[in-house]
Design a binder for this molecule. Structure first.
Ligand code: NAD
Length: 709
């Protein structure tokens, strides 16, 4: 009846037809422009045929429809408000026409139906869902809310509160929950899906199901349940100030409740235009693209690498224990070597604790957890190292110790085995010096805590071979983490940029700023924690050492400081969380969790550094003074080719440092501010030092009006 590239319509028995989403040459279905056009045409054909008595909607893929085509967003969001709203309304006409067909329509949801995919199903008369499928409205994760009638039809089918809940949290739902909350009509086993949906369609076509009554509800206003809405609103996360999509969606739901379908859809389209033009949406959509690009790049890097069937980790401390655990968890057996029996025991105990937690949360079957633990072999000697393809060294951060350990390790490994050194501040070139096969040495910079942190920097030293980089990238991918390949420079990429930021903090404190105000200002700006609190978490003794080592690599922008807040605190044994005293005080609360409270003695101590006493700063000045050196350092790193692209640098800071997501990364933030404005801010603070001076490329970009992304 209809044969497109994305959709076909086939006749079934008894006047029924099947509309099947089957995107040519792809593993998934998505709602892109072409699919919408074909759906429009197919619906018109069905509507014009007097013989059709009902429509079964199916997917020929494992998923139903994963959503709208995010690749089309950027161009659409650039349209002026009026044209963008008109475009959305035009897409909505397709769903309206389908909903308005004079025959019943039943969707068989066989797999994921997210965003536009779920909105498609809401325009049908009824939905039958396989027990294994999932549905949801994840638009908030892109800083958006549904724009294909989702806010309108969800509210009218399942009630305002359910619509608010689903749209605000963006989480996918299992079939049982979807049925209970009235979003779908029936659940069945996957193998019974087609028959069940067809039976429902036959009933509807035979008049045994009043599908027109259900449709009428979708045409009319909905009862507003303000208490329930307030409850959802109260649960919105703290990031709401910077990511307004959920709050905007709730306001829209309430306002549109009293309108009929046409009025509610118009309002949704207008508000969708507004939300699409927020900074959060622009950044989050760009982050989505960057993530895709990064995954592709990582797979390319890993492509030529060797397969790791047996790994080893040297050093069962904080980092080594975590690396061994995550390696084993993802299916690679690992030998864990240390010098001390009790360190090994602590490393294995920690892995056992983490596994028990996974089992308790229902994420891992007990038998599998036992298998993972058994695949970690604790040992004090080098037994079996001749069968290891990839060994991670995670002993103490001391060049002499690393040299001794690596020389010994190299002699125990096969010719082709790769060694990764997990260092936070030493150069790979220096670490490689005594090795016989430096081409097999690569840097891997893991972040602490290893199980939680998604990023790993893969550092290519001057002598590191392509095979070592490829195998390391593959190893990181196999751990379920994101590798970013960077050049060998002090601090590599993330800690180098962090150091610029921390030094700005130290300078602010020396100039009389109250560190608690700095923390508050940066947290309000969007960082998960301010710089003082962050140093407390890292450990001030460690933080101070790292700050000094990395600073020494960039004497122009990071000249030695006479005495800074970190060194002073460390001198006074204020090491942060780990000993209960840092910029703040820490003590276990009634629930056993660490609680943070102000430490007046820390303020008194820091007064020593403040030659001109305490000074008041406006929050906006604090933000500029903190962010500019970070942005300038990111620009230098890009210009020096430390990472291959702006996308990699932005993603590294998001994943490694918790850079505010709504800004998308330091380079995207500069794009957002506009380079001319960044240069004006740089000039305003240039008296503070070279770290506030824009790079030549930044100036050229301002002159040419170009952007990083
Ligand atoms: P740690 O002190 O917790 O652990 C080091 C372990 O190495 C100890 O168990 C020690 O017994 C063992 N060890 C020492 N010599 C050894 C040898 N010859 N053979 C086998 N084991 C030996 O240290 P950590 O915090 O896990 O740091 C390890 C490395 O990771 C350091 O280079 C550090 O700079 C780097 N790093 C640490 C962090 C962090 O936040 N802790 C973050 C990134 C990178």
């Amino acid at each position: 009846m209809f044969q497109g590239e994305m959709i076909k319509v086939l006749p079934l028995a008894d006047g029924l037809v099947e509309l099947c989403f089957d995107r040519a040459g792809a593993a998934i279905n998505k709602l892109d422009r072409k699919t919408m056009d074909e759906w429009r045409a197919a619906t018109a054909l069905i509507g014009a045929s007097a013989d059709v008595r009902g429509v079964l909607v199916t997917s020929a893929k494992d998923v139903f429809i994963v959503g709208a085509d995010i690749n089309e967003f950027a161009a659409m969001f650039q349209l002026d408000d009026e044209r963008m709203t008109a475009g959305t309304l035009s897409s909505n006409e397709v769903l309206n026409a389908f909903e308005d067909l004079e025959v019943p329509t039943v969707v068989a949801i066989n797999g994921l139906a997210l965003g536009g995919g779920l909105e498609m199903t809401l325009s049908a008369s009824a939905r039958v869902m396989a027990s294994t499928a999932q549905v949801g409205l994840p638009e908030v994760k892109l800083g958006l809310f549904p724009g294909l009638g989702g806010t309108v039809r969800m509210a009218r089918l399942a009630g305002l509160a359910t619509a608010a809940e689903w749209i605000a949290d963006g989480k996918p739902r299992q079939a049982g929950a979807a049925l209970e909350e009235g979003v779908i009509d029936k659940v069945c086993a996957p193998e019974a899906l087609r028959a069940t949906a067809l039976a429902l369609l036959r009933d509807a076509a035979a008049g045994q199901l009043d599908w027109r009554a259900v449709r009428r509800r979708k045409y009319l206003p909905v009862v507003a349940t303000y208490d329930a809405m307030d409850a959802v609103r109260a649960r919105l996360p703290g990031a709401a100030a910077h990511q307004p999509a959920a709050a905007m969606a709730l306001a829209l739901l309430e306002e549109a409740a009293g309108l009929d379908r046409a009025g509610a859809l118009l309002l949704e389209a207008q508000r969708f235009t507004q939300v699409a033009k927020t900074q959060a949406a622009a950044s989050l959509v760009r982050i989505f693209h960057n993530e895709q690009a990064l995954k592709k790049l990582a797979r390319q890097h890993a492509g030529t690498g060797g397969k790791v069937e047996q790994a080893a980790v040297l050093g069962a401390g904080i980092m080594g224990g975590g690396i061994a655990y995550v390696t084993a968890l993802h299916g690679t057996p690992v030998r864990l070597k240390d010098l001390a029996e009790q360190k090994l025991a602590a490393g294995v105990d920690e892995a056992a604790r983490q596994l028990a937690r996974q089992v308790k949360a229902g994420r891992l079957p007990q038998a599998r957890a036992a298998g993972v633990l058994a695949s970690i072999t604790p040992q004090l000697d080098f037994t079996g190292f001749d069968g290891v393809q990839f060994a991670v060294e995670a002993v103490v951060e001391d060049l002499q110790v690393k040299h001794a350990v690596l020389r010994e390790l190299e002699a125990e490994l096969g010719e082709e085995a790769i060694i990764a050194t997990n260092t936070s501040s030493l150069r790979i070139a220096d670490i490689a010096a005594p090795l016989a096969r430096p081409r097999n040495l690569v840097g891997l910079h893991f972040f602490n805590p290893v199980p939680a942190m998604p990023l790993v920097e893969v550092i290519q030293g001057p002598l590191t071979g392509g095979a070592a980089v490829a195998t390391a990238a593959g190893f990181v991918l196999a751990m379920g983490k994101t590798p970013i390949v960077v050049k060998d420079c002090p601090g590599f990429l993330v800690n180098r940029i962090l150091t610029a930021y921390i030094r700005a903090f130290l300078q602010l404190v020396a100039d009389g700023a109250d560190f608690e105000q700095v923390d508050r200002a940066m947290e309000t700006f969007g960082w998960p924690m301010g710089p003082a609190w962050l140093e407390d978490v890292i450990g001030i003794d460690t933080g101070s050492h790292v700050n000094d080592v990395i600073s020494a690599g960039y004497p122009q922008r990071m000249p030695p400081l006479p005495l800074d807040a970190l060194r002073l605190m460390a001198q006074h044994q204020r090491h942060g969380q780990k000993n209960g005293a840092g910029f703040y005080r820490y003590a276990a609360g009634p629930d056993g969790r660490l609680q943070r409270s102000p430490a007046p003695e820390a303020h008194a101590l820091l007064a020593q550094l403040q030659a001109d006493g305490r000074r008041h700063f406006e929050d906006i000045d604090i933000v500029e003074r903190m962010m500019l050196p970070l942005m300038v350092e990111a620009a230098h790193a890009l210009e020096e080719g430390v990472a291959g692209s702006a996308a990699e640098i932005d993603m590294a800071l998001l994943l490694g440092l918790g850079f505010p997501k709504y800004l998308g990364g330091p380079l995207m933030y500069m794009d957002w501010l506009g380079m001319e404005r960044v240069l004006r801010q740089c000039e305003k603070h240039a008296h503070l030092g070279e770290q506030y001076v824009a790079t030549p490329a930044m100036r050229a970009m301002a002159a040419a009006g170009t952007r990083y992304h």
